[in-house]
Design a protein around this ligand. Structure first.
Ligand code: MN
Length: 318
């Protein structure tokens, strides 16, 4: 690690232009790790990296520190290649989306990621698939190199840890909790950070509530199924975890399914399970994911996909 970190410092020192990107449709970890790294470089090297994203920027992140520094790539002049590109939290190459050219054209590439990935795109990889968030790796790098941090950086790192672990529900190691303890001692206020994420448009939340209230139940209440029709899908801006969470509160529910009608013949399936792993069901539909949270996008009508999902889950319940 020492050798890699020295190389990282050398590359930052030698670069006149630096870009930091993440995955398409960025989430809390992606956005906050990106902004934290940018601020760390600014504070410790006096250089201001350009932060860019592709896809939709989630409303819940509109109040995170330094949010205005994160720009949609289509609005940035990128005719001149960057000396150095950081690629954060991206998982696999396809997730880089429209930022791919910017990454490819950069003089040198460094990636920092906590996803399993057999085909990294960078020259230097600072990856750790045991880390709970990309922000965890950024924090570790900053500490090992003795970089100065400020309140903005601490808040951003804390936000990346909080969002990617579901406020520590999915924390598998003590490391991430010890980091959070350090951040709280340094002045981070978890309640404040939690509140600043409450920033969804009214129509999105009301639509989520309406969809949840129309849920159907199968197999004696062991399966809850919510359906997002096309008109509602637009109001949700593609994100609707609240629906899954709400249905997960119901006693006796083991599987939660959310179907979204994206187009007439394109239906997205989100699956959550409290019992057996559900990624096998997602894989049978051509998707994948984690053991208890998985999904797929199926090129078929809502009705057909609904029948297939219920059939597959019925098989799991036997
Ligand atoms: Mn992440």
């Amino acid at each position: 690690m020492k050798k890699e970190l020295n190389l990282l410092v050398e590359k930052i020192r030698g670069a006149n232009s630096i870009v930091i990107v993440g995955h398409k449709n960025p989430d809390g970890d992606c956005v906050c790790a990106t902004l934290a790294l940018a601020r760390l470089i600014e504070l410790n090297f006096g250089k201001v990296p350009v932060c860019m994203y592709d896809g939709n920027f989630p409303n819940i992140l509109d109040n995170v520190p330094n949010r205005p520094n994160m720009r949609y790539y289509g609005h940035v002049d990128v005719t001149r290649p960057f000396d150095l590109a950081f690629i954060l939290d991206y998982g696999t190459e396809v997730n880089i989306g429209g930022l791919k050219n910017i990454v490819d054209n950069a003089g040198y590439r460094i990636e920092i990621d906590h996803h399993k990935n057999d085909n990294p795109v960078a020259n230097l990889c600072l990856n750790d698939d045991a880390a709970a968030a990309t922000g965890e790796i950024v924090f570790k790098i900053a500490n090992e190199l003795g970089w100065t941090r400020d309140d903005t950086i601490n808040d951003l790192i804390a936000l990346s840890l909080l969002t990617d672990t579901g406020f520590f529900k999915f924390a598998r190691r003590g490391t991430v909790l010890r980091m959070m303890a350090d951040l709280v001692d340094a002045g981070v206020n978890i309640e404040q950070l939690s509140n600043l994420l409450n920033n969804k448009p009214r129509k999105a939340v009301l639509t989520e509530a309406a969809v949840a209230s129309r849920a159907e139940f199968f197999y004696r209440g062991r399966v809850a199924l919510a359906t997002v029709m096309r008109d509602d899908y637009k109001k949700l801006d593609g994100r609707s975890d609240t629906i899954l969470n709400l249905l997960g509160h119901i006693r006796g529910v083991e599987y939660i399914v959310m179907l979204k009608q994206q187009k007439d013949t394109q239906t997205s399936v989100s699956l959550r399970s409290r019992a057996k792993p559900v990624n096998t069901v997602a894989e049978a539909l051509g998707g994948g994911g984690h053991a208890f949270a998985a999904g797929a996008v199926v090129h078929d009508t809502l009705e057909n996909v609904r029948a297939r999902v219920l059939d597959l889950i019925g098989g799991e319940l036997k």
